[in-house]
Design a protein around this ligand. Structure first.
Ligand SMILES: [Zn+2]
Length: 69
């Protein structure tokens, strides 16, 4: 029995980007791009790291405290 030529085994099944479903890139694996990587990262951070309502923007903290009279 000869093996059917239709049967092609992929070397490595590409895992789709968990954010948009596109084929993942090597540099940003398992995501397709830096953008999706950041999206997932921010979601993860905001979900289990930052408390709701405690969002701080860097930059405003650089302002010197108001002087007391
Ligand atoms: Zn993506």
């Amino acid at each position: 029995m000869a093996p059917s030529p239709d049967k092609v085994t992929p070397l490595r099944p590409r895992r789709p980007c968990p954010e948009c479903g596109k084929p993942s890139a090597r540099e940003t694996y398992p995501f397709c791009s830096e953008r999706c990587k950041n999206i997932d990262l921010n979601r993860w951070l905001s979900g289990s790291y930052v408390l709701p309502g405690a969002e701080e923007e860097s930059g405003s903290d650089d302002a010197p405290p108001p002087e007391r009279e």
